[in-house]
Every structure is written in C-alpha cells, then in structure tokens.
Ligand binder design. Sequence first.
Ligand SMILES: Cc1cc2nc3c(=O)[nH]c(=O)nc-3n(C[C@H](O)[C@H](O)[C@H](O)COP(=O)(O)O)c2cc1C
Length: 705
Amino acid sequence: MYNHLLSSGKIGQLELRNRIVMTPMGSNLSEANGHCSERIQAYYEARAEGGAGMLIVGVASIAWPVGACNPNQVAISSDAFLPGLCELASRIQRHGCRAAIQLQHAGKVAVCDIAAGRPMLVPSIPDKSRDEMSAALTSVEMSAFVKSYQKKGAKAEYKVADCDDIRDLIERFSEAAERARRAGFDGVELHAGHGYILSEFLSPSINRRDDEYGGCLENRARLLVEVIEAVKIRVGNDFPVWCRIDAQEYKIEGGICLADAVATAALAEAAGADAIHVSAYANPSSGAAFTEAPLVHRSGGYLSFAATIKARLRIPVIAVGRIEPDVAEQVLARGDADFIAMGRKLLADPQLPNKLMRGQQETIRPCIYCYTCVSRIFVNEHVHCAVNARTGYEHEIVLSPALQSRHVLVVGGGPAGMETARVAALRGHRVTLVEQRTDLGGTVFFSSIVYPENGKLIDYLAGQIRQLGVDIRLSTTADVKCLRLLAPDVVVVATGARRDTLSIPGAEQPHVFSGDQLRAVMTGSNPAAVRDKLAGWQVALLSLAVSLGVTKNAHWLRRLSHLWMPVGKRVSIVGGGLVGLELAEFLLQRGREVTVVEAGEKFGTELAIVRRWRLLEDLKQLGAVLINRTDVSCIKAKSLALLCDGDEAEVQTDTVILASGATGDVSLADLSHSCGYETHVAGDCNGIGYIDGAIHSGHAVARSL
Ligand SMILES: Cc1cc2nc3c(=O)[nH]c(=O)nc-3n(C[C@H](O)[C@H](O)[C@H](O)COP(=O)(O)O)c2cc1C
C-alpha cells in the first residue's frame, strides 16, 4: 500500500531506506551545558529503531550559548560537544537510519541572550509586537515561560548585524556543518525558517536593511546563499546540505509569501543546496497562530506549497505538516514531493514506519494533536507526549517482562484502564478488564464527539488490548461479589472522576444538566438519569437511537447533533476548564449562543498551552462570551445570577450545563483494599489528569506490577 513512502530515495549522494524523515524537533533533552547525553540519545535511538529513513536532530546551536533559544538545546559550537554528538549519530545509524542535524541561530528569539544580558543579533531592529500569548497563561506557566529571562532587570536588546557579524555567522554555520560531518552525521539542515536568524534576513517584514543583505529578494537571500556556499566548500560536495524555509509567513504584514519562497528555493539550489524542506511560520505574538504554522492543525496544510516549490526545482523537496501516511503516499505518487517529514506522529509512535512496513497500520498509536509536546518546550521543560508515556523518558522507562505473571484485574475501560491493561498484558500478566458501561472509552468517548482526534486513541487502545488477549467484560460492575468471583492477584482501579452536582440554588431544575446528565442524553447510556430533562417524544427518539446503535458511534452523534440536541438556543456553561471550553466550541458550531462562566482567573488551564491558545481564539471567532472571576449565585428559570467582585449581574439562558466539580474518587480502591486485595489506582480517580494523566499513570502502574 505504501510503495512510494517505503521506497528508498536519495538526497545528494545520500541514500535513505525510505521516504519518511523525522522532522527536526527541539526536545530540550540535552544537558544544560549543551552536551548530548544518554537521555537525548535514547530518545532519538527509539525513533531510529522505529524504521524512519532519516532523523533530523532539532535546533543545534551554532554559537551556543549565544543565539540559543532553549536552556537545554543541543550545542554544536565547539569540539567539546563532539563526544555526545558522535554517540548520538552512531546510535541513530546503528539501526540503518540516517542521521542529520539542523543548524540554527535563533536571532531575535534567542532568549538565552536576554537571560545573559547579551543583545540579540538581528538584521534590523524589530517592531514591538503585541503580546496576545501571555494573557492565556497561568502565573506558574508565565514564570516558567520567562525563566530564561530571569536575570534582574533583563530585557530584550538587539544588535543589528554588521559585516563582521555576518562573516562570523557564515563562519559559524560552516564550522558547525563540518563538525557535524566529523561527528559522523550524514547531512545537515540549515534552519532558514521559523523566525530564526536566516529567515529574519529572508523576511521583508523584519529585514529593513538598505545594504546588499536587504531590499530585493536576491539581497535578502544573500546570507542564506553565502552560508550554503561556505558550508559546501567546507564539507565537500558529497556531504548533503539542505535548508528548511518558510513558504508563507501567516498573519505577518509584509511577510514571506509563496513567490518569495519559490525564488529563495531556486537561489538555494543554485548555491548548492541538495534539497529544500518546505515549512511555514506565523506571527509569534498570537499563540493561536502557532497552530497554523509551524505546527499546522489542518491536515496536509502545506502540501500545495511543497508542490509549487518542487515544480521549480531539480533537487528533492521534503514536505511537512500533519501528513497522514495515506496522503503521503499520494503526494509522492503524484510527484509533489520527494520525502515526507513527520514530527508529532513519531512522538506518539516511533514505530510508525515499521508498522507501515509490516502492514499493521491499524496498530499505530495516533497523535491526538493536543500540543502537549510543544507546550512543554514553551515552559522550558523537555518534550513529553500525552499518548506515549515513553517519549522523552526512553532512558528511564523500559518495559521488561514481569518477574512473575499475575492475574491483574483492571476496573474501568477509559484510557487509564486500557493503557494499564495494555502494558500489563505486554509484560506477561493475565489481564481482565471490567467496565460498567456497554462500551470502552469512558468519558473520552463523549469527548471524542466534541474533539474527534480523541476517538482514534480509544480505537487504538481497544484494538491493542483485544489483540493482546485481555479478557474484556463490558456491562460489569466491580463490586465485592465480582472481585471475589474473579479472584485477581492485584486490582487496578481506573474508574475515573466523580462529578458531584454543584450546590448552586436552582441546579435541580429540568433545564440544568450536569456533565454526566448531558453525556447520558447524548449517548443514551443512562436514560433514567435524564427522564425529567426530556419531553416524551425526546425520550422515544433517544430510545430509537440507542436501539439503532447510533449512540455508540461518535461520528453519527457528531452529525446528528447538528439536527437535534437537548439544549436551547442560549446555553450557559458553568466552568471554563477543558471540558467547558470544548463543549462551548461544540455548541457554538451547532448554532447555540454560549456564555462560559468561570470562577477562576484563567480559562482552560488543564489544556496544553498551545491547544488552549487555539481553542480560546476559535471561541472568540465563534462569538463565545467568556466571563472569568465570577461565581454563579443562583440558577433561575431563564437566567443565571452572577456575582463578580461583589457586583451582581444576570445572563439570560435557556439551558445551563455544569461543567466543573470533577474530583478524584478512590472509594472502589478503598473497598478493594479493605477486601484484602493489592490495589492500585490510575487515571482521574486519583486526581484529574485527563488523557495525559490517564496514559502516564496507567503506564506507570502497569510497570510497577
Ligand atoms: C515538540 C516540537 C518541537 C519542534 N521543534 C522544531 C525545531 O527545533 N526546528 C524546526 O524546524 N521545527 C520544529 N518543530 C516543527 C516540526 O519540525 C514540524 O515542522 C511540525 O511539527 C509539523 O510537522 P508534524 O505535523 O508532522 O508534527 C517542532 C515541533 C514540535 C512538535
């Protein structure tokens, strides 16, 4: 099926075993002194083992610590870094995978320069940008975000690059490339995108120079061209060198456009580049724009850029941007690109290429595009994946067979329970999973109606535990009788959170839904719980949908909810956390007028920062009314009474949804423990952690058994 994607290909003289390239991703996994040690080596090795044709190690700093943007960035600025770099290259290559490294100088975003009180190198002094990003951050995130600036009185200062600086930059890029070659790497990528120094020269919005490095495109591209030429001279023609460029700068007035990128690519080719990697960039002052570029949310968002650039070149083009394997195959078959770079997918499942080769694509763990990975980088932590507990922890998390196979009873079929069951079964335990409902997925099934990506994770986990022979018992309540009957050696309770009805006066009225009640209506899981909320014909309709199996299918529920939902035109959601905001978006997309009332200062704090930025922006565009630092004092028949800093206000509403109040619930674990069973807990029942918490705690518990 994947003949093109899995066929070998060449960049210059370098042959890759297939067309899958791991995108350069700064992982923050090197040591604080810039050296590559075990943890970053193990992280990359896991991906090389997974079968990719080539890995590109992200953002290696050519002048470290000068021009660096992360505290734990890879440094390639002196021979002192060679031992770690050599080991890194060889651990990648040991698995038949090619190793490349991306060379970078961060220019105007080199926050390590701010921290050290150094001016940042720029082509021209940048405009002061509006900061829409920090408004959504909590104070803890904000302080982590600016940790690298925290030198007393530190502020951004700039140095406009003069001729000596430009010569020095060219020298440092070429020295770093030569060092990469000596370290054993197979090629280098020059980072000429994403707002770093080379792209700052390329971008007419930032580069306002009037010398030979500014003005027309040839001048703006001069630095890149000179870097390519110098690198080529230094490393020789047989060592592949390519550059990553932006085909578009979104939401940046006067930024790079596709025509510029085509011309730049042609100049790079003429200067000796062996390939062009086509990415994009967006205005960094708007956090939501980050999901347009470079971490595009839209599937295959930059494919047309790659195709346009490819049409003008003879050298290979690397396409990137949320490219699914099926789409990748078509792109290659059409000749619209030569290689497909994948980033987030390989964080979620490093084995993706091997699984394609074995024809096991249904066993690929899906990325749910929650942006947890990159949000960690924003707050100076290392890369971490919500759906893959090993990502970033490969050096310390190794799955070993259990010393003794035991009978493990997992209670709860949500992500925490399924991940526990999966890992326990992989380790050789006999696993039984009981789930009270008729289906697997827990609350994530409902969330997948609102956010479809989550559904793919449920399908993956359910498929895995079935394949591993887990004894799955649906519609089964884990009471004392059940425990005695199954007689497990160990019990893992993963029953999720408890959502108590909020004690707001008026919450008992028919037009007020708790999260559980709304779920019960939408999925038909507990008709008795909502009988008083629905008219007779609605109950009949729901029963029909249940009997037709429609309520078991998130796709159908999503479609049918456009036609009918048990909520009025004006909906108020009490609680502006993850659940409340995702629900708000879902309702707005179905023509409702939505007000979200949040008691705290910030909205969506449980969402990874980048996804939060995006969701808040989408809600703004859809016309949501978001009210923070406000309590609901009473729910009336047609309105909500609000209290904000002692001031009273009222919001007119037809339906109220209570989307807060979830807490851990270890009552079943206590019961199991009191019956004498070795008992563990995983997931939300032990404190709310959503998918990330569920997967990581399930994995950890299963490793401990
Ligand atoms: C955690 C993370 C770190 C990234 N760091 C870099 C980087 O160092 N250099 C770079 O050019 N792009 C970086 N990117 C962007 C990716 O290379 C890639 O272009 C983007 O994720 C889109 O590809 P995908 O949809 O396959 O993930 C990063 C992305 C992620 C998720």
